[in-house]
Design a protein around this ligand. Structure first.
Ligand code: DHB
Length: 313
């Protein structure tokens, strides 16, 4: 029996499994990151960090139901110095992605410079889609001119790491075409799409109230119900992006077949958020087994055989 190869390559970064965590899901503390290091995930991405530590919003700030999740966390994180110190002290053969989400463009430049001084970080995932910062409601990824100027400044820095961006979901063709046009002008290694769908509301019908407290109950939606939006964004971006830019799929993965679908639409690796929080660290073993079983059935022996091969009817 031929061995099934689920290793992958994000613009030269080798992953022994194409399945990793999504930023924000159980990747904020030393304990959580240590658990991820021991797991079968193919890479690790950290919680989006800021320069200074943040406590985040009041609780309850995360809620999940059968087919989705809602959050308004408010960027709780231990600050970039913690993440760099922790990561520089570990030994691992897993690629490490540092997610950053500065509260201003200037803060992002500082975070990138700090990340460049680390020995262990392989890549920086710049979060252009954080929806939950009070007072600063705009999502950077929806401000096209600002993104262009921001990236110009980012690539003027003396970068030593792969740079990727995490994008919000887009809902029409033109937005994806325009964003891809901007991205194609820069030596970006990968994009991660999609972040949560912003400004959702989930309510408790019995209590007649919202289920999370911050932001009047509004929050980013993740989980099974966003999978179709993730697939649409991955598939569209893969047709407009330069071929050397890898796509990491994120959104609605809870089975091996979900992973297959993301890859078929153009993802080279996938991130798991809501389902990881629901199920815990064993999710990586289960998903890996399910993916391998499905590939056997389909007679695919490597994910490279079908990345982006969705039939266009
Ligand atoms: C938070 C939520 C996000 O969707 C994100 O991309 C970054 C941070 C948060 O509220 O902590």
């Amino acid at each position: 029996m031929k061995k099934i190869d689920i290793t992958t390559n994000i613009n030269g970064i080798r992953l022994y499994s194409c399945i990793m965590n999504a930023s924000g899901a159980l990747c904020s503390t030393e304990k959580e990151l240590s658990n991820l290091l021991k797991s079968s995930s193919g890479a690790i991405v950290t919680k989006s960090c800021t320069d200074k530590p943040r406590k985040g919003n009041i609780k309850p700030r995360y809620f999940e139901w059968d087919i989705g999740s809602i959050n308004s966390m408010g960027l709780p994180n231990l600050g970039i110095d913690f993440y760099i110190n922790f990561l520089d002290g570990i030994t691992t053969n897993k690629p490490i992605f540092l997610s950053i989400s500065g509260l201003s463009l200037e803060e992002n430049y500082l975070l990138i410079q700090k990340a460049n001084s680390s020995t262990k970080i392989n890549a920086i995932e710049i979060n252009l889609s954080c929806p939950n910062i009070l007072k600063k409601k705009e999502i950077l990824g929806y401000e096209f001119d600002t993104v262009y100027n921001f990236l110009k400044n980012v690539f003027r820095l003396n970068n030593k790491k792969h740079i990727g961006i995490k994008l919000p979901p887009y809902f029409n063709d033109n937005d994806i075409r325009n964003m891809a046009f901007i991205i194609n002008k820069f030596p970006i290694s990968f994009i991660t799409c999609i972040n949560s769908l912003p400004n959702g509301l989930f309510i408790n019908s019995i209590k007649e109230s919202t289920v999370i407290y911050p932001n009047k109950g509004f929050g980013g939606i993740g989980g099974t119900i966003i999978k179709s939006f993730a697939l649409a964004n991955i598939f569209k971006f893969s047709s407009f992006l330069r071929k050397d830019i890898s796509i990491i799929g994120c959104g609605g993965i809870s089975s091996g077949i979900d992973i297959f679908d993301h890859i078929l639409c153009g993802a080279s690796a996938v991130q798991v958020g809501t389902q990881f929080i629901k199920e815990g660290i064993s999710v990586f073993d289960r998903l890996k087994n399910e993916l391998i079983l499905f590939l056997k059935k389909k007679k695919y022996y490597s994910i490279n055989n079908f990345i982006g091969n969705l039939n266009k009817n």
